[in-house]
Write a protein that binds this ligand. Structure first.
Ligand SMILES: *[C@@H]1O[C@H](CO)[C@@H](O)[C@H](O)[C@H]1NC(C)=O
Ligand SMILES: *[C@@H]1O[C@H](CO)[C@@H](O)[C@H](O)[C@H]1NC(C)=O
Ligand SMILES: *[C@@H]1O[C@H](CO)[C@@H](O)[C@H](O)[C@H]1NC(C)=O
Ligand SMILES: *[C@@H]1O[C@H](CO)[C@@H](O)[C@H](O)[C@H]1NC(C)=O
Ligand SMILES: *[C@@H]1O[C@H](CO)[C@@H](O)[C@H](O)[C@H]1NC(C)=O
Ligand SMILES: *[C@@H]1O[C@H](CO)[C@@H](O)[C@H](O)[C@H]1NC(C)=O
Length: 729
């Protein structure tokens, strides 16, 4: 369905690959199958076995319908707790490519690995938004913009499910910090819920995602896994989700309230479901028809993905990869190719004065910083990557996978430099500033690697309990950069980080000539950054979040202490997260959302806008979020991009929509992007199509999407602030 010869920013929602059944066909099979099942059989489909089992989540087999039980396994970046698997770049770097093709390919490759291990249900993608810049799991998602996150989720789900694996869109919903995640309530107004937090889930439902995971937190005072308004109301009603809803691990807090509000499967179980659900059906507090619906949704996902025939049996053991039932099947294929490709395409060049990059004719390179080298314990030395030593290529927690290997920058750069006869000197300590200065001094360039880490949960790493304590580089990274910059007039800073860090201590230092944002690139980390530094790849990555000058410039923060048993998290910034706030409040960021440099330059011209978002009957009531009225393309935007420099490269044009001021909307919101390859001197046409949803607001009175009246601005830019062409509808 997806056409990528030119840009098509919008996709219709019937995207089943040939091998897949439609939901309708899958429902018919599931309805027929459950007619043979007892209440206990149905409850088995819906209840995790709990305790220590082979996969991180397991349901029981039902022999009469040849149902093997589900194996559910983390994570959003690869198969967790398994051997001979790949460690893909996390979603935050996938997002930084702004390239749907690469995000799709990553999903396909991850899907192939889950399938190869016999996993039925992969627990990703994760799409919580970077509302608070220090929040611990931000790197597991696609950044701070709902549209970008939605496109990332869509492509990932299509890619994974094309391999026959069920994807799980998570965490539904408003799960945007780690502190008090199980004892907090996210209080979100209805318009913000729809226009910001629901968007990635709308796109997931359009991708026909099999499963959605409800989150740990409460919403307006009710646990997410028993919140009728968000599960039955928004997700299954408005959005039309046809698959099932599972709880996050331990996030089921009741039996009939949860089941009646729309929860279908309790993980890891069995508490609250299992025998309690059988009793609840027997005593009528959960109806027989609701139980049937829960079972049908679950079985339909299994039939839809074709898992009822020829699916590999589970062949690993997440508890112990050396156990006899773990066959160590190698599922990596040639995935390192797409991993390296995403690694380089997600590298964001933020500063390049004197065109110091790419390297030309260097005699000598100094490499400084612990983040350039290996970890003392090896890449998997910390369980769940819960430590920050050596090159940082993913955060910590359940959103991880074991590295099959991890290419360090120092080894990749040394190998590449040898081809040119360039000498490399390194100092891989963050604390020995004299050694850093010595390694930097007298070299043609000095590369200094700094990091910032975060992750899941509340077991602290270097004093950070999941969420970061601040936005500064770890290990006194600012002091390391400053010391190197005193000693070398071509200091190039490379940052491996989970999100924004404040760079004010040194960004304007005259000797800091370049800043390369490597993010979290996965197992090929060293090779990816080397490709960019030496010019084998012309950088095209763009920031999927804003880098502010101070943490207080951001509109929302992690709340670190709770005065009450249940912490209230008011989403009072509303629609204005990340760049939407910086733009509305007139705050100058250090580097804006969507920004990134190239080794060439591009010129934009020839904007044409055809069509109108108005007209026709607005949908209302259940199913409206999938209504073709909302999603069919109605406006076509065309323009040209010319490569005015000397090298070929990808430009990332971005389309921002500005609703009339009377709507109290952010000045500009992202509603389209593409990744366009242009040879030097050549011009490439770009087409972006927009749907009514791209122009719509959620009307809280009418409870439906509406296109506001008045002039709506369309801006085409190379970032959220570098606007090159403007028009309107
Ligand atoms: C949460 O409360 C706000 C404020 O009253 C309201 O606008 C919103 O619709 C509520 N959301 C849900 C899902 O209950
Ligand atoms: C029915 O069973 C459920 C689950 O065991 C229990 O929580 C509930 O109190 C019971 N209701 C009645 C009316 O017996
Ligand atoms: C893993 O399995 C192997 C082989 O059965 C066994 O020797 C080892 O003790 C197990 N490790 C753990 C931590 O249980
Ligand atoms: C697969 O993993 C096992 C450990 O579980 C290891 O012994 C074996 O060498 C691995 N095979 C390959 C091809 O990497
Ligand atoms: C820049 O580096 C040179 C060494 O190459 C040094 O002499 C100079 O003092 C540095 N500048 C600053 C402002 O530290
Ligand atoms: C995405 O990245 C690939 C690989 O670098 C490139 O070939 C392609 O032109 C990019 N853009 C799109 C839209 O696929």
């Amino acid at each position: 369905m997806f056409c990528n010869t030119v840009s098509v920013a919008l996709l219709l929602f019937s995207v089943s690959s040939n091998a897949q059944l439609t939901w309708k066909e899958a429902y018919a099979k599931a309805e027929s199958a459950i007619s043979q099942l007892s209440v206990a059989d149905k409850v088995n489909l819906l209840t995790g076995q709990g305790g220590a089992s082979r996969c991180i989540g397991n349901t029981s087999p039902v022999a009469s319908i040849n149902f093997p039980g589900f194996c559910l396994e983390d994570s959003p970046l690869g198969v967790r707790l398994a051997s001979n698997v790949s460690a893909f770049p996390p979603a935050i770097n996938a997002a930084a490519t702004f390239n749907r093709t690469l995000i799709r390919q990553r999903g396909e490759a991850m899907g192939a690995e889950f399938r190869g291990k016999g996993v039925h249900v992969a627990l990703g993608p994760m799409m919580n938004l970077m509302r608070a810049p220090a929040a611990g799991r931000n790197w597991e998602g696609f950044g701070a913009d709902p549209y970008l996150s939605g496109e990332g989720a869509f492509e990932t789900i299509i890619g994974m499910q094309s391999q026959g694996v069920q994807a799980t869109a998570k965490h539904y919903i408003n799960n945007e910090q780690e502190h008090f995640r199980t004892t907090s309530t996210s209080n979100v107004d209805d318009r913000t819920q729809h226009e910001v937090y629901a968007i990635p889930f709308i796109r997931s439902v359009q991708a026909e995602v099999a499963a959605i995971m409800c989150s740990y937190n409460q919403i307006n005072g009710t646990y997410a896994c028993e919140k009728d308004e968000t599960l039955n109301g928004i997700l299954k009603g408005e959005l039309g989700h046809q698959g099932y809803v599972m709880s996050d691990w331990g996030a089921t807090h009741s039996t009939s309230p949860a089941a009646n509000a729309g929860l279908d499967m309790a993980m890891p179980g069995p508490s609250n479901f299992g025998s309690a659900l059988i009793t609840a059906v027997q005593n009528g507090s959960v109806s027989q028809s609701r139980l049937d619906n829960m079972a049908i949704r679950t079985l339909a996902a299994w039939y839809k993905l074709g898992q009822d025939s020829g699916y590999p049996p589970v062949n690993f053991d997440s508890r112990n990869n050396s156990a006899p039932d773990d066959l160590g099947v190698d599922v990596q294929g040639n995935h390192k190719v797409v991993i390296r490709e995403i690694g380089k395409a997600s590298t964001v060049l933020l500063k390049n004065s004197k065109n110091i990059l790419p390297f030309k004719n260097l005699q000598s390179i100094g490499i400084i910083g612990n983040g350039a080298g290996p970890a003392a314990r090896g890449p998997n030395g910390f369980p769940n990557r819960q430590g920050n030593d050596g090159v940082l290529a993913m955060g910590w927690g359940s959103g991880t996978a074991n590295y099959p290997y991890l290419i360090t920058p120092v080894e990749a750069i040394t190998a590449r430099a040898a081809q040119d006869g360039t000498t490399v000197t390194s100092s891989l300590s963050d604390s020995d500033l004299n050694a850093a200065a010595a390694a930097a001094s007298g070299k043609d360039v000095a590369l200094v690697f700094i990091t910032a880490d975060s992750g899941e949960g509340n077991s602290p790493v270097e004093g950070n309990a999941g969420d970061r304590n601040d936005l500064f580089a770890w290990h006194n990274g600012d002091a390391l950069v400053q010391r190197v910059a005193q000693s070398n007039k071509n200091t190039i800073v490379v940052v491996n980080t989970v999100g924004p860090i404040v760079v004010e201590a040194w960004i304007d230092h005259p000797n800091v000539t370049a800043l390369v944002w490597s993010g979290l690139p996965g197992q090929e980390a060293g090779n990816s950054v080397t490709d960019v530094l030496f010019g084998a790849y012309n950088p095209s990555g763009r920031l999927p979040y804003t880098i502010g000058k101070s943490i207080t410039d951001y509109p929302a923060q992690v709340i670190y202490t709770s005065p009450t048993p249940i912490l209230t998290i008011p989403y009072s910034e509303g629609l204005f997260i990340d760049y939407r706030h910086f733009d509305a409040a007139g705050i100058a960021p250090r580097f804006e959302f969507g920004f990134g440099l190239s080794y060439t330059s591009f010129q934009y011209s020839g904007l044409s806008i055809r069509g109108s978002p108005r007209g026709g009957q607005a949908p209302s009531g259940p199913g409206s979020a999938l209504d073709p009225w909302l999603h069919d393309p109605v406006v076509t935007v065309r323009f040209n991009i010319r490569n005015t420099g000397r090298v070929a490269g990808h430009e990332i044009p971005q389309l921002y929509v500005s609703l009339p001021a009377s709507t109290n909307s952010p000045p500009r919101v992202l509603k389209g992007f593409d990744s366009i390859f242009v040879a030097p001197g050549r011009t490439q046409g770009v087409t972006i199509q927009l749907s009514r949803l791209d122009f719509a607001m959620w009307d809280v009175i009418q409870q439906r999407w509406q296109v506001p009246s008045g002039r709506i601005g369309i801006s085409i830019g190379a970032s959220s602030r570098d606007i090159r062409l403007t028009g309107s509808v």
